[in-house]
Design a protein around this ligand. Structure first.
Ligand code: S3P
Ligand code: PEP
Length: 440
């Protein structure tokens, strides 16, 4: 990707108007993968056409599915759970951890050789979290030093079902194990000590698979399914991505005079930790017109400029807002008083070390922070902010967080590269400008 530097100055007027953010990234990846594993034709509306999801589409095509775009819909002719074909070339998952990890689960039980790689960011991310459990199916994984991509997978025809307790709160690992279970013989179970996003469970059910979810006495979950399973093609409606909505929402809270409405945002309760946190900070954020669309909770979010104060976010909330911490930290920098964000260890293994990069984003723009182990303390309300140069490390969420910082800060913020925003939020700058952000 060509580097795209950007300078962002304070918004001259409040953000105003009604908008809709692109489709949910997690649901979009899953819709393409599951439709490819289903018998029959699936139509997907609202698919996120970001780089990450386009890499998934390419990979599923390389594995034998037919995927085309028809007007606003995507149409997938699936192959069936055990009927993918050996790809002729390396599967390039670009910048996407979700694509690489979920696909590992699928490839573990396909009896052929696949090779997977990604960009420099993805090649630095840990894959052992999926290859360790998936190897127990009988599949063989060969990775680069340290369990990194590129990786070769020799899938197994006689996959053993897994019984796995997640050592980290990760919907990607949970999903990889469940996807391997679709083509194993017998019951696969996954236990998660803290609930993570459940789009895999919901969508597998939508495609006709029996997925059992038991809430355990400690609040965790035990998920079970029995293979070999059959998926039946079903149309999918993708809601707006709450993780994308986070950026215009925080911008509207911070820029004086703002009043915006974002329609059709996904409100799955395992994704809405940021909205709760912003309300706890004094943010005027209301959910209107809540409804169910395509099996997921959806609503419209109205946000008005608000004076924010510091907050403490408990670590068990982290899975429900894991991708939102960089932009929450920006909100905290402009809030009155200290904020304590607890249990952020997983941020270190995202597209970048997001804990370190978020601290750098804030510090270079004059906001003070303290890191205590895996906890981040942001000292808000500390005078004139901005004027810094932000290094984004191939990380879309850092780039968008830096844009939001610049819109709210006294002094302009320069950003080394905004090209990676295309992975999850194509048209981000144009959408912000349509609300009046005035980014040039
Ligand atoms: O399952 C998913 O779609 C995702 C899970 C999360 O990752 P982890 O499973 O690593 O927490 C999240 O950060 C990512 O953007 C999408
Ligand atoms: C962590 C993210 O995605 P992935 O793991 O799919 O690269 C993200 O979108 O913030």
């Amino acid at each position: 990707m060509n580097q795209r530097p950007l300078n962002v100055s304070r918004a001259q007027t409040g953000l105003q108007g009604t908008t809709r953010v692109p489709g949910d990234k997690s649901i979009s990846h899953r819709s393409l993968m599951f439709a490819a594993l289903a018998a029959g034709q699936t139509r997907v509306s609202g698919l996120l056409e970001g780089e990450d999801v386009l890499r998934t589409a390419d990979a599923m095509r390389a594995l034998g599915a037919t995927i085309t775009r028809d007007g606003d819909n995507w149409v997938i002719d699936g192959r069936g759970v055990g009927a993918l074909s050996e790809p002729e070339d390396v599967l390039d998952m670009g910048n996407s951890g979700t694509a690489a990890r979920l696909l590992s689960g699928i490839l573990a039980t396909q009896p052929f050789l696949s090779v997977m790689t990604g960009d420099a960011s993805l090649r630095s991310r840990p894959m052992r979290r999926v290859t360790a459990p998936l190897s127990e199916t009988g599949a063989v994984f060969e990775t680069r030093e340290g369990g990194r991509l590129p990786m070769a997978v020799r899938g197994t025809r006689d996959a053993k079902p897994l019984h796995y307790r997640l050592p980290v709160a990760s919907a990607q690992v949970k999903s990889a194990v469940l996807l391997a279970g679709l083509n194993a013989h017998g019951e696969t179970t996954v236990e998660e000590p803290v609930a993570t996003r459940d789009h895999t469970e919901n969508m597998l059910r939508h495609f006709g698979v029996n997925v059992d979810v038991e809430v355990m006495s400690d609040g965790g979950r035990r998920i079970a399914l029995t293979g070999p399973a059959e998926l039946t093609a079903r149309d999918v409606v993708v809601p707006g991505d709450p993780s994308s909505a986070a950026f215009p929402i925080v911008a509207a809270l911070l820029v004086p005079g703002s009043d915006i409405l974002i329609t059709g945002v996904g409100l799955n309760p395992l994704r809405t930790g940021l909205f709760q946190t912003l309300q706890e900070m004094g943010g005027d954020l209301s959910i209107l017109n809540e409804r169910i669309e395509g099996g997921e909770a959806v609503g419209d979010i109205r946000v008005k400029h608000s004076a924010l104060h510091g907050v403490e976010v408990p670590s068990d909330r982290a899975p429900s807002m894991i991708d939102e911490y960089p932009v929450l930290a920006v909100a905290c920098a402009f809030a009155e008083g200290a904020s304590r964000l607890l249990g952020l260890e997983e941020l270190r293994v995202k597209e970048s070390d997001r804990l370190a990069a978020t601290v750098a984003l804030l510090n270079v723009n004059g906001a003070a922070t303290t890191v205590e182990g895996d906890n981040l303390v942001v000292h808000g309300g500390g005078g004139s902010l901005g004027g810094g140069h932000v290094v984004t490390h191939m990380d879309h969420r850092l780039a968008m967080s830096a844009v939001v910082f610049g819109l709210a800060a006294e002094k302009a913020v320069s950003i080394d590269d905004t090209a990676f925003i295309e992975t999850s939020f194509p048209g981000f700058v144009a959408l912000m400008n349509a609300l009046g952000a005035g980014i040039r």
